[in-house]
Design a protein around this ligand. Structure first.
Ligand code: ATP
Length: 301
């Protein structure tokens, strides 16, 4: 488990991470979301001791990163896929990492196989495509068979197959009981992969909740009712303070109420229902609502 306690980072007078307190749980994929410049990478860098917090602290399995002996066996991180000596081959890079962390050298071949880098592992790292570099970065994170994995935008530059592979990898790592903490801007991917979400904006925590709850809380998640008495149901729902939009003569959409409540109101009013279902917002819609006021770097449309 990773625990952030009042974690704060300032650069000059700008606070880029502000008083973050949360835990990232084991056995789950936690998606880390936020607009450009929200402070995701800075937070991840502080977790693995690459940036010093201005205030607060981080522990990994109860210990600060600096106190973990052979850290790659505890936490594997992909933060910047290009941060490999360009003249060194991917294979040599992994061998050096394994040696310095007491990891058996057979793991190098195993992780190269897992990420599907194959013969490209003998190429200079500087000659790898972005997608191949991402695969090498993921191999490095997996090298020590750690219980905690952290990936900063791992699908960046990957092709469709690669994206699907990363999705399956995250899932299987979490299913094995590991902690998986992953940042991404691809909401459709996160909707398929994450169990839990941490959303930040301008360095502050906006949401720390299960994916299902984030979607359920969106104002765009609604209940659709089909009934020959849509007019009657609409007025009963409105009287109960529930937002209603008519879709057609026999159909309406109710917002801000659970499906059970809409069903109960229909029952009490003696309204026959031919269909009652929840229409879920997409994560992209829910995310956009959550971060509306926190986008710092937005293009004018
Ligand atoms: N070394 C640094 N010196 C000064 N400011 C920095 C430094 N590193 C990051 N920042 C600033 O901190 C803020 C947060 O940056 P960070 O890279 O953590 O955001 P992010 O959420 O990862 O963004 P993105 O989604 O664009 O990758 C930005 O305003 C950035 O300019």
């Amino acid at each position: 488990m990773i625990s952030l306690n009042g974690l704060t980072k300032r650069y000059g007078d700008k606070i880029v991470v502000s008083d973050l307190s949360l835990s990232i749980k084991t056995g789950a994929v936690t998606g880390f979301l936020g607009p450009n410049g929200a402070g995701k990478s800075t937070t991840m860098r502080m977790i693995v001791g690459l940036d010093r917090p201005s205030a607060g602290s981080v522990t990994i399995g109860g210990l600060p990163y600096a106190r973990i002996t052979e850290p790659l066996r505890t936490i594997g991180a992909l933060l910047d896929a290009r941060a490999v000596h360009p003249g060194r081959s991917g294979h040599a890079h992994l061998v050096a990492l394994a040696r310095s962390n007491g990891i058996p050298l057979r793991r190098v071949a195993e992780v190269l196989e897992t990420v599907g880098l194959g013969a490209a592992a003998r190429k200079r790292a500087g000659a790898l495509s972005l997608g191949m570099s991402q695969r090498l970065g993921i191999a490095a994170a997996l090298l020590g068979d750690p219980g905690i994995l952290m990936f900063d935008e791992p699908v960046n530059g990957l092709d469709t197959d690669g994206v699907r592979w990363v999705r399956g990898l995250m899932r299987s790592l979490a299913d094995e009981g590991r902690t998986v903490f992953v940042s991404s801007h691809l909401m459709s991917e996160m909707q398929l992969t994450a169990d839990h979400l941490v959303v930040i904006g301008k360095g502050r925590l906006i949401m720390d909740a299960p994916l299902t709850e984030v979607i359920a809380r969106s104002s765009l998640t609604a209940v659709v009712a089909r009934t020959p008495h849509a007019g009657e149901l609409a007025s009963r729902l409105t009287a109960a303070g529930i937002g209603v939009e008519r879709l057609g003569e026999n159909e309406l959409v109710a917002t801000g109420a659970a499906i059970e409540r809409v069903g109960d109101i229909a029952h009490e009013a003696g309204v026959r229902l031919h269909e009652l279902r929840t229409r879920e917002a997409s994560l992209e819609q829910a995310y956009q609502e959550l971060t509306e006021g926190s986008v710092e770097y937005g293009a004018r449309t």
